[in-house]
Design a protein around this ligand. Structure first.
Ligand SMILES: [Zn+2]
Length: 435
């Protein structure tokens, strides 16, 4: 009897040891992903809820400053804050002539990525629609550079002929693929899983963000979008099962930021113009200007050492009536430094009471607004925080993480796939892994 129990115990331990080795990690980000999408069953997210049951989820995940898509996604793949990885916004700040330049190429990232580290370990790596991923060291890639045009996106997609194969083999000979529909991204991910079984794949689903910008946190458009994103996760889960790798895959579903409802648009450059500090940026006639990232905005000084102008801007902001000051708080240089935000700016404003920032220099500085936005200081509101679910070998079943940070994801992936990743500033969240 004792001997049989011992044998069962030995088998149990061996079985656990085998099950704990993940061979694949798939990270799916749902842009604008909020914890309530899996906590509140009135959203139609059966696959996410299944993953919550099977694995560990977080009550909230701290984003970065600004809590916007490109800096956040770059933090997910590097484990460091924007000040270190160098991607401060989605679009590059262009003080005088705006050409719409975005951060798009892997070379914009000044810190090691999990793509490169996993590949250096000899692992198969792929990525789909990930921000700042053009030319990333991965096998299959369609970068998130749709704003540069479909031609450019196809030019940077790999391997050669990938998009054509998708059109033929996945989308029935279609001329164009509607990437804006998350289900289609899910189908593309499923195709890559079937073809290549990547050890590491990052997939960005972006339709939920569009819905939340349009209608805010609630509403039918968000309901449809999150349900579509959930279906995409379902396609990925099915593909992993069909490929026979489900049992040794850790599937992570996370996001880049939460969302806040917008009630007012605030254009602080109007105040700078009125004060004579921003006469005409195009001709170079300016001393200070704000650059908006939605829920926050960043003060640039033409001469970064110009303390007089900085004092003038601070006095101007502090002298505004309370009715205007209700829409922002000043984030000073020390606080920006502490959160690892943009090192080039003199100060920032983070929105309060439904404010969303713009860059206009004329008209009313404060006007009614609608829809939703993000970009706020990531620790100010629960609503701006994102979510995290992980399930698979090595991940605790039914586990709960009270709070974590986007920086913690890269070191977690490195630990699961057993490659060194010393540059990460985050750490594996307590309570996530089976000891
Ligand atoms: Zn986003």
């Amino acid at each position: 009897m004792i001997r049989i129990s011992f044998l069962i115990l030995a088998l149990f331990i061996t079985g656990t040891a085998i099950a704990q080795k993940a061979q694949h990690v798939i990270i799916v980000t749902i842009d604008g992903f909020r914890p309530d999408f899996y906590e509140d069953t009135s959203w139609h997210t059966l696959h996410l809820q299944e993953l919550v049951k099977e694995g560990t989820h977080a009550l909230e995940v701290n984003s970065v400053f600004p809590s916007v898509t490109y800096p956040s996604h770059t933090t997910i793949v590097t484990g460091v804050q924007p000040a270190t990885h160098g991607v401060y916004y989605n679009a590059v700040f262009e003080p005088e002539v705006s050409t719409g330049k975005i951060y798009w190429n892997d070379s914009s990232i000044h810190s090691e990525t999990i793509w490169a580290a996993a590949r250096a370990k000899g692992l198969k790596v792929s990525s789909l629609f990930w921000p700042v991923s053009a030319d990333a060291p991965v096998t299959y890639n369609i970068p998130d550079i749709g704003s540069l045009g479909e031609k450019v996106r196809e030019q940077y997609s790999k391997p050669l002929g990938f998009v054509d194969s998708l059109k033929q083999e996945v989308f029935g000979g279609a001329d164009r693929i509607n990437y804006g529909k998350d289900e289609n991204v899910g189908k593309i991910a499923a195709y890559v899983i079937a073809k290549d079984q990547p050890n590491l794949m990052t997939v960005h689903l972006f339709s939920v963000d569009h819905a939340e910008h349009t209608v805010g946190r609630q509403g039918d458009m968000v309901k449809v979008a999150i349900s579509d994103a959930d279906s995409a996760v379902g396609y990925i889960m099915d593909a992993l099962k069909k490929a026979g790798i489900w049992k040794n895959t850790v599937l992570i579903v996370t996001g880049d930021h939460g969302f806040m409802d917008v009630t007012h648009n605030v254009d602080p450059n109007v105040w700078l113009k009125q004060a004579g500090l921003l006469n005409d940026a195009k001709s170079g006639d300016w001393k200070a200007q704000f650059n908006s990232a939605g829920g926050s905005t960043y003060l640039y000084l033409k001469d970064p050492t110009d303390q007089q102008t900085l004092a003038q801007v601070k006095a101007l902001l502090n002298g505004l009536p309370d009715s205007a000051k209700a829409y922002f708080r000043i984030v000073d240089r020390a606080e920006i430094g502490k959160i690892g935000g943009n090192p080039e700016v003199a100060l920032a404003l983070s929105g309060e009471n439904g404010a969303s920032f713009g860059n206009d220099v004329s008209g009313d500085a404060i006007r009614p607004g609608k829809g939703g936005t993000h970009g706020y200081f990531p620790l100010d509101f629960h609503g701006i925080r994102t979510g995290f679910i992980a399930a698979g070998p090595g991940i605790k079943k039914g586990g709960l993480i009270t709070q974590m940070s986007l920086r913690d994801i890269a070191p977690t992936v490195a630990k699961l796939l057993r490659f060194p990743f010393p540059s990460a500033q985050g750490s594996v969240p307590a309570g996530l892994l089976i000891k």
